[in-house]
Design a binder for this molecule. Structure first.
Ligand SMILES: *Cc1c(COP(=O)(O)O)cnc(C)c1O
Length: 433
């Protein structure tokens, strides 16, 4: 499979080259030359296929000859070493838990897959060390740190805003050591992101090192998110009902993977983009006018994005035809107070503790189901464990959320970070190593 830039001003390149580069030289996002279809028999027999085998079949056409089949199978097996349970909330609504990975974030899947692809790419590129530079408002950093920990030939530098991530998130970022460095920026998440952007166009840095990013613009992170849509289809509770999936969305990488899955033949009847008040996409679906805005802060802060970077890929998937897109994709948005009410409602009807992002997904699903005449099985994605947003959840439900056993060890580790307050300091740190 070849990949082309959506700015149409760079050469087509293969899978691993696109993974190493991240963004094309013309600053465009990479996009596959075509979306392959999987055969009907695959979907008819999916119940008898293991999660790992499903994931291999899904991703193999996108990787092509770049990674030998046995190695790719191993990469997929290592990526998916945890489960994706479906938990019923009511008759027609269930949640797909995507937070069973090592850092309790759905981003574990993409980060683990991308790290392993890069590790393989480095076997053939021994001399060239790669530096992954990433800004985080919380969840991305932890997943990337864990996914890339001890991957040979890759150094990871994570920028996070001082005092603006939760205690667990900070520990996940700052305690691993080895090839992971945490930079504590005296500023906001936007300041972190601006510094990363400056680094990617800084000629002094470009000349002296290979820099790449690890956010969902990277095709390895983006495409591997398809795995759990296929696994969810296999495990769906009502196989005879139509399937609607609601995705709490920020940069729209996750839902874009759902839309690709659907175009590959996966029988998803409806996708729902659920957002907080950063509602650029729901408004576009309503008005036909795409107008990005500055992001506003909310309690579902991993979705505080005013100009979603992956939306251009969604438009490409539908050849910029909004009418085609609107048949499969609905969009709704919610305020913080609606989100808190939803956390309470979910708890009341089922005893389930949702995090603010999942709660936004629940609201979008409910609104879709209310407006539709047919019977659907609805799934909303739970993108983070409630412990990641423990203050909001505990204050809303007036109960305590238990720290899952598997991350307790993180809390006892020693923090180590490099404090900075300017881009110049970041640059000199990168050049000095
Ligand atoms: C990153 C994130 C999202 C948004 O995912 P996108 O792919 O950027 O749309 C939603 N919820 C949580 C908890 C996240 O960390």
């Amino acid at each position: 499979m070849k990949y082309y830039s959506l700015n149409y001003n760079s050469q087509d390149i293969s899978f691993l080259d696109a993974v190493r580069k991240g963004l094309a030289p013309d600053r465009g996002l990479y996009f596959p030359k075509k979306v392959p279809k999987l055969p009907k028999t695959f979907f008819n027999n999916i119940n008898s296929i293991s999660n790992q085998e499903i994931a291999f079949k899904v991703i193999q056409p996108y990787v092509g000859k770049d990674i030998p089949e046995n190695r790719l199978k191993k990469i997929v097996e290592d990526t998916l070493n945890f489960e994706f349970p479906i938990v019923p909330i009511s008759d027609s609504v269930a949640t797909l838990e995507l937070f069973q990975g090592p850092t309790l974030a759905f981003k574990d899947v993409g980060a683990r897959f991308m790290a392993r692809c890069l590790a393989y790419a480095n076997i053939n590129n021994k001399d060239e060390k790669l530096t992954v530079l990433v800004a985080t408002s919380g969840d991305t950093g932890g997943a990337v740190a864990d996914g890339f920990y001890k991957v040979k030939g890759v150094d990871v530098v994570i920028l996070y805003p001082k005092g603006k991530v939760s205690e667990i998130q900070e520990k996940q970022l700052t305690t691993l050591g080895e090839n992971i460095t945490a930079i504590e920026v005296d500023g906001t998440f936007d300041d972190c992101q601006d510094m990363v952007k400056s680094a990617f166009i800084d000629q002094d840095l470009i000349q002296s090192m290979s820099l790449t990013s690890a956010n969902s613009i990277n095709i390895a992170r983006w495409l591997s998110q398809m795995f759990y849509y296929f696994i969810a289809y296999k495990n769906r509770i009502h196989p005879n009902k139509k399937l609607a999936i609601s995705v709490p969305s920020g940069n729209f990488g996750n839902i874009c993977a759902g839309l690709v899955s659907q175009q590959m033949g996966l029988p998803i009847d409806q996708l729902i983009a659920s957002t907080n008040i950063n509602n650029t996409v729901p408004s576009y679906l309503n008005s036909g006018v795409y107008s990005p805005k500055k992001s506003k802060s909310t309690i579902s802060n991993a979705m505080d994005v005013g100009d979603p970077s992956n939306f251009i890929r969604i438009q490409k998937l539908f050849n910029n035809d909004i009418f085609k897109l609107k048949k499969i994709l609905k969009g709704y948005y919610y305020t913080d107070s609606q989100t808190k009410k939803a956390i309470k409602e979910i708890y009341k009807i089922s005893g389930y503790t949702a995090d603010p992002h999942g709660a936004v997904g629940y609201l979008g699903l409910k609104e879709f189901l209310k407006n539709s005449k047919e019977a659907y099985q609805g799934l909303f994605l739970e993108t983070a464990h409630p412990i990641k947003f423990v203050d909001i959840v505990e204050r809303t439900l007036k109960t305590s959320v238990e720290v899952p056993e598997r991350i307790k060890h993180v809390l006892n580790r020693e923090k180590s970070s490099i404090p900075i307050h300017s881009y110049e300091q970041l640059k000199s740190f990168l050049l000095k190593r």
